[in-house]
Write a protein that binds this ligand. Structure first.
Ligand code: LLP
Length: 392
């Protein structure tokens, strides 16, 4: 499939008759995005970990794994297994999450994963005990809650003092001391993640300042970290996916190059999800009906919140386009509410959407759905999980 429409990545005629809904992935864009990351991290002693939670589709994982230079950031035993199956190296895996179960910890230790990002003392004690039973030493980073407000949606802010993630800075000395004293723990460094869909660099500037301050503090105590993990969170442009199909990696990595004072031999870790896969995925759907209630026009799609929950859950906005109408024809624009078929009033993709006159059978694209789209899909209303299709 190589033909391009003015909907950039979408070969309209080939998709028109496919059974919907499904996710369409532009692998060329995925590879170009990865190339840009590689280009802008050249010379920086770092490793980029793909955050599998953003999209664990096996083909997407294989494409990313086949690059050979990315690690993974994982949050469950299921993700560890999926990353192993796709060919990612265990020693380049980081495993985060406030509630790792004993079974998941064992799985990570069995494969000698690169790092457990530890979020509490009880977790540290359990990892130490299980590693002891297994005759292993667990690599650990302490997830630090830096109390930085990333000014993103309240459900995806993770670095402020009042949420469940990480260990508050004032407890850090104690936790680091405990980790160092535990026989089956090897303390590698500090981990941060301040939130997701971050579109200004200020929170990252603050993160660098905090990380520098903490490393100075621990250096003065004779504690030197071999790595520092600054998490992920770089946002994408949901409004202009064609104009900004690849995030501004020069600016993002530039902040860390400029401001983070890495020590000799220290390795910087990133954990990017959305910035890698967000723009390469589109949810494709057909219009089942167009109906009018009291002067308001509704476009009812065969895709629903079970396929893409972000608008219903976070009030997220995704660009909706009618692929059947002639691109650029604005002669008959109408206001529509774009909804799904499900029995929930939150099953709405876009509240007020200006589109060319739209009819039953038209093919619709819900853009920028590559991250946290398919991976958050469910079978609610006993609907099948959405299918996936690839550009090559
Ligand atoms: N590292 C950690 C520890 C994380 O918790 C996350 C995301 C990431 C890395 C990757 O963040 P990214 O680069 O993708 O922003 N479902 C929400 C997003 C939840 C993000 C959860 N953690 C959404 O659809 O917007």
């Amino acid at each position: 499939m190589t033909k391009r429409s003015s909907y950039h990545h979408l070969p309209v005629s080939e998709l028109q008759n496919a059974a919907t809904p499904f996710y369409y992935y532009d692998l060329d864009l995925l590879h170009r995005t990865l190339d840009e990351i590689r280009r802008h991290t050249a010379g920086l002693p770092c490793r980029v970990h793909y955050a599998v939670k953003a999209n664990g589709n096996p083909r997407i994982l294989k494409e990313i794994a086949s690059q050979g230079w990315l690690g993974t950031d994982l949050v469950s035993g299921g993700e560890i297994q999926a990353a192993l199956d796709a060919g990612f190296k265990a020693r380049e895996m980081t495993y985060s999450g406030v509630g790792k179960t004993d079974r998941e910890i064992r799985l990570g230790l069995t494969h000698d994963i690169g790092c457990f990002n530890v979020e509490s003392i009880p977790e540290l004690e359990v990892i130490n005990a299980i590693a002891g039973e297994m005759g292993k030493v667990a690599n650990v980073a302490i997830r630090t809650n830096p109390d930085i407000d990333a000014h993103t949606h309240k459900y995806i802010t993770t670095g402020t003092a009042d949420n469940k993630f990480g260990i508050p800075i004032e407890m850090l000395d104690h936790v680091v001391g405990q980790a160092i004293a535990m026989p089956n723990i090897h303390l590698k460094g500090l981990h941060f993640h301040i939130g997701s869909q971050i579109t200004t660099m200020q929170p990252y500037v603050m993160l660098c300042e905090t990380a520098n301050r903490l490393m100075d503090h621990f250096d003065a105590m004779g504690i030197h970290f071999e790595m520092v993990n600054v998490g992920g969170g770089l946002g994408i442009d949901y409004e202009h996916p064609d104009e900004n199909e690849i995030p501004d990696f020069a600016q993002y990595f530039g902040v860390f190059k400029r401001l983070l004072k890495l020590r000799d031999g220290q390795l910087l870790h990133f954990e990017l999800g959305r910035a890698i896969v967000g723009q390469c995925g589109t949810l494709i759907s057909h219009v089942t009906y167009v109906k009018e209630n009291r002067g308001k026009k509704f476009v009812i799609l065969d895709a629903g919140m079970s396929d893409l929950i972000r608008p219903a859950l976070y009030g997220a906005r995704h660009l909706v386009q009618n692929m059947t109408t002639t691109p650029g024809d604005n002669s008959s624009l109408e206001h529509y509410e774009i909804v799904g078929p499900m029995c929930e009033s939150s099953d709405v993709f876009a509240g007020d959407c200006l589109l060319p006159e739209t009819r039953r059978g038209d093919l619709m694209a819900i853009r920028s759905a590559g991250a946290y789209g398919e991976s958050m899909a469910s079978c609610y209303n006993m609907r099948p999980l959405p299918a996936s299709m690839f550009s090559e």
